[in-house]
Design a protein around this ligand. Structure first.
Ligand code: KIV
Ligand code: ZN
Length: 395
């Protein structure tokens, strides 16, 4: 496995594994019906994700049906279904997935001491045995098998290495390292991925994946640290939806990798111009709104209100923007006119609205605009037009 700790000059490809339809749908209130799931899956293909985790087939008849339908009809990405390390789960997942040209079975089993003791009531030997049995059963029917030691970020390092090695020997082709409860930090997670690369003898037989939750707001940072340490796949969701505080946000991690490709030296297959339409589709389908200041896809992500920023933007957009809005699917930068705005932005808007103001006219309109902006949260083009017309007609 080529490890990319900033020293390599080669560009590595990072697979984007989207789990909006599985972990994302586990957000309270985010459930989707079959047609909605098909629409989202189709959009994920247009976006260029490598893997679509379409659901957890044993979880419900609806989940089974959705995974089967997506496997049979959606083309252009690997279709994945989740299963516990249990025969009935794996068989049900395969039943749903077998119509896909590129199916993947994703088996998981918790490995941390807390989960072993309280949830599973199993010893370490029993965990290894069950992981091997699960991966083997999946690998008997499907060439592409992903194994996740659930709560890997809190699992004892020696035991994690033992389970990962056993899973690869049993046939896992991707090893996913989940930070199930969003507990880790970037430095710690980087060290964990590096430890697996350094200590697991057969690690080069599998792609390392990272799957981070956002309980401490670090899912994207932790995923990036995993990539920096050598992970070749990132698991994420559109708008970062998912259990509790959610998962790593696809649009944020993809744009961080792209904007800072000088640092990470990786690329993805994502057609970034589809990010905003994808965000809007998932938001309207799930009913989960996107906060205004959300990075990349929020309404304010490319909106500038302060006069100094607007003046800089009008002179040279890179003064205050590190991404071109059109590169993520926005029409253009939004110079919002409000109480912090300056003359330059007002003059620019007046020009766009078809008015050529003299310096004197601009000064009067600017003063009236500031007085209005103190009273109103947002100033619309209609307000500006009215102020200008008032000035021109001598009122
Ligand atoms: O967060 C988690 O551990 C998961 C696993 C099923 C991969 O979602
Ligand atoms: Zn998860």
């Amino acid at each position: 496995m080529p490890v990319n700790d900033n020293e390599s000059t080669e560009t590595r490809h990072i697979k984007i594994f989207d789990t909006t339809l599985r972990d994302g749908e586990q957000s309270p209130g985010a459930s989707m019906n079959l047609n909605e799931k098909l629409e989202v899956a189709q959009m994920l293909v247009e976006l260029g994700v490598d893997v679509i985790e379409a659901g957890f087939p044993i979880a419900s008849p609806g989940d089974f049906e959705a995974v089967r339908e997506i496997a049979q009809t959606v083309r252009g990405a690997t279709i994945c279904g989740l299963a516990r390390c249990a025969e009935k789960d794996i068989d049900r997942a395969w039943e749903a997935l077998k119509g896909a040209p590129q199916p993947r079975i994703h088996v998981f089993l918790a490995t941390s001491a807390i989960h072993r003791q309280f949830k599973l009531k199993m010893t370490t030997d029993e965990i290894v045995e069950r992981a091997i049995a699960g991966v083997t059963r999946a690998a008997n029917v499907c060439d592409d098998v992903e194994f996740s030691p659930e709560d890997a970020a809190r699992t004892e390092p020696d035991f994690l290495c033992r389970v990962v090695e056993a899973a690869i020997t049993a046939g896992a082709t991707t090893i996913n390292i989940p930070d199930t409860v969003g507990y880790t930090t970037p430095t710690e997670f980087h060290a964990r991925i590096k430890m697996l690369i350094d200590r697991v003898p057969n690690i080069d037989k599998a792609v390392i994946s990272v799957h981070c939750h956002d309980d401490l707001g670090m899912a994207v940072a932790n995923s990036l640290a995993g990539v920096q340490a050598g992970a070749g796949q990132v698991e994420c969701t559109i708008n970062g939806i998912g259990e509790r505080a959610g998962n790593c946000s696809l649009e944020e991690v993809v744009m961080a990798l792209r904007t800072r490709s000088d640092f990470y030296k990786v690329d993805t297959r994502i057609n970034t111009q589809r990010l905003v339409p994808a965000s809007r589709l998932v938001s309207s389908t799930t009913g989960m709104s996107v906060q205004r200041n959300k990075a990349i896809v929020g309404r304010n992500a490319f909106a500038h209100e302060s006069g100094i920023h607007q003046d800089g933007m009008l002179k040279e957009p890179t003064t205050y923007e590190i991404i071109r809005p059109e590169d993520v699917g926005f029409a253009k930068t939004d110079l919002v006119l409000g109480k912090h705005s300056g003359r330059a932005a007002l003059a620019d808007r007046a020009r766009q609205l078809g008015f050529q103001l003299t310096g004197e006219q601009l000064q009067v309109v600017f003063e009236r605009f500031k007085a209005l902006a103190d009273k109103k949260k947002e100033i619309y083009d209609g307000d500006i037009t009215a102020l200008i017309q008032q000035q021109i007609s001598g009122n």
